[in-house]
Design a protein around this ligand. Structure first.
Ligand code: HEM
Length: 459
């Protein structure tokens, strides 16, 4: 990269006023390079330094690669930032509204306070049996020797689990409908830095109209579910009941619009990411026989043929390391963004107000400075987790905006890996090439096609 952009030095301090980085074209900035191959582009940008300055159209962006700077943005100096500009686009806002992922400031703080009890470990543990039962139900149809797309299976299963834990519903057509429509709806978010995205966002194109009609349909269903639940006044043990009952110190509760925003947020944030962690874990196990053997051995030893439950979690250490290592190599949330709400400083550089900052799990999780043999799948590296710099690994983010569903997700991933791994193993379909697609989360482009094999316990 020789087309570097370096802004003039600050006269008072003598240091660079902005970090170096790729300039791109006069009008578009780096939009084209970014869209051509996003993961490759943001990886290549690290060659400019740990803090990189670049531009999309008129929007200035910093890319952060060093754990200290990631910590600064997400934790120690979190007050200088809020969520990035793309979250405030009319398109995104119409879907996610002022939910936990997208809101900021005092409003977010109150919502987080209200939602937190619903994610208390004890409450979440109660969902463990649902997770295992639903998995057993799904597996009942799998046969030795059959070809399946394990990414699709995991997506379906995680969807059923989130619908059950959010709405306590599994037969309701409404919940299925909301699930299917929402999954369709998030597709346009696959690439936000394109002209099509910008146009759809601002003009009444056919894509724009279709999208808004679908969101309106989802709203009608969710508002009806909320009204029915309010009328019944009955705690069904699901997340919706918890959110309905949540009260602030002054006794105020969420109104229907707020509940709707949170339900949609949990739905979107809570199922694709988890399904993808599982899908990538199966892919890595299928392609690493030694790790796979260790995984099965642990399941045979710990469970001895018994159905897993939450009390097994602390004993399923290798399974947990498989999940962590899969999220290192294939982090479902592969980037995290912020916008500077005031002038501030990062890595010794001035950050002008309005700058968009991004850290990429995809890049930092594979940085050879922090991970020995960074491209290798080595679950055992997590036995010495203390040797890994804290902010070199951040699949769930960090600081005040860290994933509220972190424990829920880890529990679901480990329990599903154990429940399935106890009965089956997968080998990769040799005719199928697995490719990475950085959509809203990090997807396998054409799924993960496998051949199912029954697993017999090794005694
Ligand atoms: C493997 C699965 C998951 C991954 C990798 C993941 C990743 C993340 C990340 C990186 C963030 C922080 C974003 C930022 O700082 O801008 C986040 C926030 C969030 N996640 Fe997750 N997540 C997962 C599962 C879940 C689940 C299961 C739920 C809910 C049931 C959930 C709900 C949320 C919510 C509500 C937030 C916003 C929290 C706030 O800002 O207060 N996530 N997630």
């Amino acid at each position: 990269m020789n087309n570097a952009e370096a802004l003039p030095a600050n006269k008072q301090t003598g240091r660079a006023a902005a970090p170096r980085g790729p300039k791109g074209s006069l009008i578009m900035g780096v939009m084209r390079e970014f869209n051509r191959d996003m993961l490759e582009f943001v990886t290549r940008c690290r060659d400019y330094g740990d803090v990189v300055h670049t531009r999309f159209l008129w929007i200035h962006a910093f890319f952060l690669y060093h754990p200290n700077d990631i910590e600064s943005m997400l934790v120690t100096n979190a007050k200088s930032y809020h969520k990035p500009r793309s979250f405030r686009s009319p398109f995104f806002y119409r879907l996610a509204g002022n939910g936990l992922v997208t809101s900021d400031g005092e409003f977010w703080r109150r919502q987080r306070r209200l939602a937190q009890p619903a994610f208390h470990r004890q409450r979440i543990n109660a969902y463990g049996d649902v997770m295992v039962q639903y998995t057993q139900r799904a597996m009942a149809a799998w046969k030795h020797g059959e070809h399946r797309d394990v990414a699709r299976d995991m997506a379906r299963l995680a969807l059923e689990i989130v619908v059950k834990t959010l709405f306590n519903s599994d037969v309701s057509q409404d919940a299925d409908h909301v699930g299917a429509t929402l999954s369709e709806l998030v597709k346009p978010f696959a690439s936000q830095a394109t002209l099509k995205w910008i146009l759809d966002n601002r003009l009444p194109t056919p894509g724009h109209r279709k999208y808004f009609n679908e969101v309106a349909e989802i709203d009608r269903i969710i508002f009806r579910i909320i009204a029915e639940r309010r009328a019944s006044g009955y705690d069904q043990g699901d997340l919706l009941s918890m959110l309905l009952e949540a009260q602030d110190e002054d006794g105020t509760q969420m109104n229907d619009k707020q509940l709707r925003d949170e339900v949609i947020t949990l739905f979107v944030a809570g199922h694709e990411t988890t399904a993808l962690s599982l899908a990538w874990s199966w892919y890595l196990l299928a392609t690493h026989p030694q790790a796979e053997q260790k995984f099965h051995r642990e399941l045979d030893e710990v469970l001895a043929g018994r159905t897993p439950n939450v009390s097994d979690l602390p004993k399923l250490k290798y399974t947990e390391m498989v999940a962590k290592e899969a999220m290192r190599l294939y982090p479902p949330a592969y980037a995290v963004g912020r916008e500077a709400i005031e002038e501030t400083e990062i890595g010794g550089f001035r950050v002008p107000k309005g700058t968009q900052l991004f850290a990429f799990q995809w890049v930092t999780h594979r940085d050879p400075r922090y991970f020995d043999e960074p491209e290798a799948f080595k679950p055992q590296r997590w036995e010495n987790a203390e040797q890994i710099p804290k902010f070199a690994y951040f699949p769930f983010g960090a600081g005040p905006r860290q994933c509220i569903g972190n424990y829920f997700a880890m529990m679901e991933i480990i329990l599903l890996l154990a429940t399935i791994g106890q009965r089956f193993r997968f080998s990769l379909d040799p005719s199928h090439k697995v490719e990475v697609l950085p959509a809203l989360s990090l997807r396998p482009k054409n799924g993960i096609k496998v051949i199912v094999e029954s697993h017999k316990a090794q005694s």
